[in-house]
Write a protein that binds this ligand. Structure first.
Ligand code: PEP
Ligand code: MG
Length: 562
């Protein structure tokens, strides 16, 4: 078969290679109406499939709890409760006994109805619950159709799981042979993606139905770093990927072994390495990898399906499992950054982004600030403002924080501004006196500065001199005002750009949990003076390509560091 490339959305980083393992049952369901005499047996089969699903999920949850993976176990409990819900069982009975549906059809229809009702209630938490319920349906369906209910099957060597969508339980109980996941639908913030990230399984979602036409056993590459899945890759590509996977595995082992060493360059400059996170699993993985805390907690990702501004209670519920892990450590909680590709249904058609939107909704801002101050009480709390363009926005947020802190009797936390719009970098000298820290978001900064789509495959070039100049100006203004600068965009874990950031005297790097150990090793491999010389020269370059040539020697140093 010839090579085919399918583009999707990365949900868990890394590259994997294996044979396709197709997982789906919906297409195989018998929709013929049953004879009256067959209906009681079908109803019994539906009950047994649901009961067996509940037993399996309960057993899985027990195993996870024994390993301390309580967040994942809690996700599975939703499925168990649903499988035992008398209202669902009654509805399934009616569907089989009265309408004559088969056991599998009845389960599919009734569980889907329950999931749709949960979706319609408008809470992001319940919407996530709906996905869990659908996952239960798939498991019960496989059982009702007389097959193994789990995503697990007899080992056929290293495999890539291919499915329309996956539930968390499907991902959790994958056997050791599954190397990656490719989904037709699925979201980046769905539970399956969260679990995959926790397990370090590369995953690409949103590939469309084309992915379901792959044949069982067909070789396939999941390349989440380039947002693609490549079916029947040619021999050369397979060799390259195999080498990259082996190198990555060795590097991970070395980096994890060194996670307690200080992050200081060879000539003694200290650079803090923190983590970006949006889920409790990511926070745990980041701390295990040696992160000094969280440098960017993206709060909006939990609310992308919201039908109203999140309430204080909803904020507390999502923040608590993350911030309780960060007692005594840095916790940089970013205020909701809704807008553009992160626009929930209730904001469709509304223009604006980040702090601009929040300042128009004082109540929503206060609800989030109250929840952050309460749940972050025991952390080294920093409140980060997204999409800042002028100092007045920082003053307005601080004015909202002060009375809430006073009411609670807690101190006002450090307030930081994202520098992710060129305006903020240009105004850095005016913004610096208003904040305790800058955090540079290279993802947006690069795309706005160069006028390119940030979702473009392969990423956007943060090493373009026009972007580096904005970063240099930001650092200069910050240090003149005596405040530190963090970089929390993807560039902080890009081997070409990271040394330039260190050379431009950035104080902190905040990177995805999976990159923490690696980036810590990179800091130790660099020489600050050498990095500064090359970074300064890069500011005078004419193009990203020219910077690439200048930065190559530093980049290869990192290769050696792992
Ligand atoms: C960025 O823009 O670099 C950033 C970290 O923010 P986000 O990716 O969440 O937009
Ligand atoms: Mg951004």
């Amino acid at each position: 078969m010839t090579e085919r490339v399918l583009a999707g959305v990365p949900a868990s980083p890394g590259t994997a290679l294996g044979g396709v393992r197709l997982l789906d049952a919906a297409g195989e369901i018998d929709r013929t109406v049953l004879d009256e005499s067959d209906r009681p047996a079908a109803a019994a089969r539906a009950h047994e499939a649901l009961a067996q699903s509940a037993r399996e999920l309960e057993e899985l949850a027990g195993k996870l709890r024994a390993e301390g993976r309580t967040d994942e176990a809690d996700i599975l409990d939703a499925g168990t409760m649903m499988a035992e819900d008398p209202v669902l069982l009654e509805a399934v009975d009616r569907a089989v006994l009265v309408r004559g549906l088969s056991a599998a059809s009845a389960i599919l229809d009734e569980v889907e109805l329950a999931a749709t009702q949960l979706d319609a209630l408008g809470s992001p938490e319940l919407a996530a619950r709906a996905a869990d319920v659908r996952s239960l349906a798939r498991r019960a369906l496989r059982l009702a159709s007389g097959r193994d209910g789990s995503a697990r099957r007899k080992s056929t060597g290293e495999t890539i799981l291919v499915a329309a969508d996956l539930g968390p339980a499907d991902v959790i109980e994958l056997d050791g042979d599954v190397r990656g996941i490719a989904l037709a639908v699925g979201g980046v913030t769905g539970h399956a993606a969260i679990v995959a990230r926790g397990l370090g399984l590369p995953m690409v979602v949103g590939l469309g139905d084309g992915i379901l036409t792959l044949t069982e056993g067909e070789p396939v590459i999941v390349d989440a770093d380039r947002s693609v899945v490549i079916a029947s890759p040619d021999g050369e590509r397979v060799d390259a990927v195999r080498k990259a996977i082996a190198l990555a595995r060795d590097a991970r082992t070395r980096a994890m072994a060194a996670r307690s060493l200080p992050t200081v360059t060879r000539d003694g400059r200290s650079v803090r390495v923190l983590a970006n996170a949006a889920t409790p699993t990511e926070v745990r993985a980041a701390l295990e990898a040696g992160a000094e805390g969280v440098g960017l907690l993206r709060t909006e990702l939990a609310f992308l399906e919201a039908t109203h501004w999140p309430t204080a209670t909803e904020h507390r519920r999502t923040l608590e499992p993350m911030l309780t892990q960060l007692k005594g450590l840095t916790a940089t909680v970013r205020l909701l950054d809704f807008g553009a590709d992160k626009t929930p249904p209730f904001l469709k058609g509304v223009h604006g982004r980040g702090v601009e939107l929040l300042l128009e909704e004082t109540e929503a801002l206060e609800a989030q600030l109250g929840a952050i101050l309460e749940t972050g009480e025991e952390t080294e709390l920093r409140i980060l403002i997204p999409m800042v363009t002028e100092p007045g926005q920082v003053r307005a947020v601080r004015a909202a924080i002060e009375p809430i802190a006073a009411r609670r009797g807690s101190r006002v936390p450090l307030v930081a501004a994202m520098v992710e719009v060129p305006a903020a970098a240009v105004m850095a000298d005016r913004l610096a006196p208003e904040v305790g820290m800058f955090s540079i978001g290279t993802n947006d900064l690069t795309s706005f500065q160069l006028g390119i789509d940030r979702a473009r495959p392969g990423g956007s070039p943060a090493h373009h001199p026009a972007v580096l100049r904005l970063i240099a100006a930001t650092v200069e203004a910050a240090h003149a005002a005596g405040i530190p600068v963090e970089v929390c965009g993807e560039a902080a874990s890009n081997p070409l750009v990271m040394p330039l950031l260190v050379g431009l005297a950035v104080d902190e790097l905040s990177v995805g949990a999976a990159a923490v150990a690696k980036v810590r090793g990179w800091v130790r491999a660099l020489d600050f003076v050498e990095a500064t010389t090359i970074a300064r020269r890069s500011l005078d370059a004419e193009s990203a390509a020219e910077v690439e040539l200048l930065a190559r020697p530093l980049c290869s140093l990192l290769d050696d560091a792992g």
